[in-house]
Write a protein that binds this ligand. Structure first.
Ligand code: CAA
Length: 285
């Protein structure tokens, strides 16, 4: 019988984690949202409040619906508060060491049937899962930025993931109003494996002063109908995240297409990470 998932934990409330918590609460689920300290909680809460306020202004939510949604999210700095959830979605920074440690802790805290999902876009779900005693219940649940808007969820299965866990997570994603796809544990999964060669190529064209950033972006928006040009999209994703994804794919395939453009590394060193730091290829208020 399919798992009944009504209480979900989200660990890490950065751009993705906060967006994921909002998506879950929008579907009427109780969410336990965990951050490392009070500052992280305040930042994550602010993100969700701001996003739902925008939805209110646009008439997509009324006051009552917004209050109900916000009331479904409990914030905490203690992982122990995840003892009763049926699913955990992890969205902490892309460090295998940190994720391995977190999954080992989640394994001890949560019930034996709780599904542990990672939103990682650049690490191996298999390598994360082996740090638990339940690798059969470890999957990838990869959301896209902005999570409240984009419908795709890549459900990543490893050689150890139990088939019924995949079925249940796919059904759960559909319940959230999302479009799940299932993929094995390869670097870049489906979408990033196809997208990032293109994004990297755009950085190289910019680096070689082949065209201005505005013209590079305009070409793809107005010539190909993409909602954003590649450099604006890199600013949205975060250059550090983009670098990690490219680097992982490059190491796995040795395909030159994915060798990160040197300019990416230079911009990261300079702190120009995109929207989240106020400056990347473009400047933001
Ligand atoms: N949270 C909630 N809602 C948001 C939002 C956010 N952060 N950003 C935009 N929206 C909503 C807006 O409220 C608006 O809703 P309505 O149409 O109902 O009014 C809608 O999205 C469109 O937004 P805007 O009118 O402000 O602007 P837009 O039409 O340019 O859309 C966009 C903005 C949704 C970001 C769009 O440009 C887009 O889809 N861009 C491509 C994003 C993309 O490719 N993301 C994937 C990145 S790869 C990834 O995430 C994977 C990884 O592992 C790194």
């Amino acid at each position: 019988m399919a798992r009944d998932i009504s209480r979900v934990g989200v660990v890490g409330l950065g751009t993705m984690g906060a967006g994921i918590a909002e998506v879950l609460a929008r579907s009427g689920l109780s969410v336990v949202a965990v951050e490392i300290d009070d500052e992280g909680v305040a930042r994550g809460r602010g993100h969700i409040e701001h996003s739902t306020e925008r939805a209110l202004d646009k008439g997509k939510l009324d006051d009552r619906e917004r209050a109900d949604l916000l009331g479904l999210i409990t914030y905490t700095t203690s992982l122990a508060d995840l003892a009763d959830v049926e699913l955990v979605v992890e969205a902490i920074p892309e460090s295998l060491e940190q994720k391995a440690e977190l999954f080992a802790q989640l394994d001890k805290i949560t019930g034996p049937d709780t599904v542990l999902a990672s939103n990682t876009s650049s690490l191996s779900i298999t390598e994360i899962g082996v740090h638990t005693s339940r690798p059969g219940k470890v999957v990838g649940m990869h959301f896209f930025n902005p999570a409240p808007v984009l419908k795709l969820i890549e459900v990543v299965r490893t050689v150890m993931t139990e088939p019924d866990v995949v079925t249940d997570v796919v059904a759960f994603a559909e319940r959230l109003g999302k479009e799940p796809v299932v993929i094995g544990d390869r670097a870049g999964f489906i979408a990033n494996a196809l997208l990032f060669g293109y994004l990297n190529h755009a950085v190289r064209m910019y680096e070689q002063r082949y065209a201005t950033r505005e013209d590079l972006d305009a070409a793809m928006r107005f010539g190909c109908g993409y909602p954003m040009g590649p450099l604006a999209l890199l600013d949205l994703i975060g250059l550090d995240t983009a670098y990690e994804i490219l680097d992982t794919m490059y190491h796995q395939s040795r395909n030159r297409l994915h060798a990160p453009a040197p300019l990416l590394k230079q911009m990261i060193t300079a702190g120009l990470l995109g929207r989240k730091t106020g400056r990347g290829f473009y400047a933001y208020d």
